[in-house]
Design a protein around this ligand. Structure first.
Ligand SMILES: O=C(O)CCC(=O)C(=O)O
Length: 345
């Protein structure tokens, strides 16, 4: 039932032509259709888990209160504006409706190293300000999100503290997110799920995330290091893998298994910043890698993150009060190919 229920007009994303010197993955994934709407599964846990197990992803349009997502968006835009990266006229006239129009000259002055920092799209000093936002950390604990993962896992979900925001500026130095699996970076249990949230509306032109459904079932694919968020590209064996995506709106939640292959659609819009968050969740009884307790990219200490918070005391160091089974990080996991492609067949 869920497989056959597209929720919006099918997306036919044109594949942009790569520049001569662009990395090969800048062509982007081939889009075959729209995500199924998983919302009915919230009242039918067996159907929800069945879809999750077969497809490796779930998509919930409007799961989160749009106003909470837009409040974070405004905090992020204010930071970018402080650093002169937004068009000052658009931002000053009506900040809440700011569509993220960039100051092209300022963005183009950022070096490859600055926009390449941690795959987040902005230099470290800007990302440190982002990591300090209370609205950002609180969004990962939204009740609708926790209820959804409780239904999916059939037990108490654990929210990884290491949250990511990406502020993908249309800089010529930013490569689109290549096709990769999150597991090599997260480790711990394979039953960790990423939540990808557009922080604002993300039409096709702004380069949303696309999923290769069912790709989590073959284990760890062979891959190699490349530029872009995830910093890794996998060979999924299929000649032309068929991806799904949608025209995202603020409040939507896409979630996917740690082995599900995903990639960003290359953005054709060169005027606006694309804002998104990556949060991770797992069943609380499963093992967790201890790096997941760090601030993302070790950009700050937790004390620095919490320094200006006005509330949310229950979200500070919450993982330290739990009995969790931790594992060490294994640098070699990325080389443990379980899906070996035979391209001669
Ligand atoms: O937002 C993106 O483009 C990348 C997100 C991603 O790949 C991830 O969450 O693992």
């Amino acid at each position: 039932m869920m497989d056959a229920a597209p929720h919006r007009t099918p997306t036919h994303t044109p594949s942009p032509q790569p520049a001569d010197d662009a990395p090969s993955h800048s062509v982007g994934p081939t889009i075959a259709g729209e995500f199924a709407d998983a919302t009915p599964g919230l009242d039918d846990p067996d159907a929800l888990r069945d879809h999750a197990q077969r497809q490796g992803y779930l998509f919930f349009p409007g799961l989160l209160p749009r106003e909470n997502v837009l409040a974070l968006r405004l905090d992020l835009l204010n930071i970018l504006n402080q650093h002169g990266l937004l068009d000052p006229h658009v931002h000053a006239h009506n900040p809440p409706d700011d569509n993220g129009t960039i100051n092209t000259q300022a963005v183009h002055q950022l070096s490859a190293e600055q926009v390449g920092y941690g795959g987040v799209g902005v230099p470290k000093h800007i990302y440190q300000q982002v990591q300090k936002l209370e609205s950002f950390h609180a969004l990962a604990h939204e009740p609708n999100m926790l209820r959804m993962y409780h239904t999916l896992f059939g037990e108490q979900p654990f929210v990884h503290p290491r949250h990511i925001t990406r502020l993908i500026l249309p800089s010529p130095h930013i490569a689109p997110t290549p096709a990769h699996q999150d597991y090599i970076h997260i480790q711990g249990t394979r039953e960790t799920w990423t939540a990808w949230l557009p922080i604002g509306d993300v039409p096709d032109t702004m380069g949303g995330l696309a999923i290769f459904p069912g790709s989590h079932q073959r284990g760890i694919y062979q891959g190699r290091r490349v530029a872009g968020a995830g910093e890794w590209i996998v060979d999924v064996c299929d000649k032309q893998p068929q991806y799904l995506t949608t025209r995202y709106r603020a409040g939507d939640v896409l979630t996917f298994h740690s082995l599900t292959v995903h990639a960003a659609i290359p953005a054709t819009d060169k005027q606006h910043v694309r804002l998104s968050c990556d949060f991770r969740y797992q069943p609380e009884s499963e093992p967790i890698n201890d790096r997941s307790f760090n601030v993302h990219g070790n950009a700050l200490t937790w004390e620095e993150v919490y320094a200006d918070w006005q509330g949310h005391d229950h979200l500070k160091y919450y993982w330290q009060k739990k009995q969790l089974h931790t594992t060490d990080f294994d640098e070699d996991i990325r080389w443990q190919k379980e899906a070996i492609c035979d391209h001669n067949t």
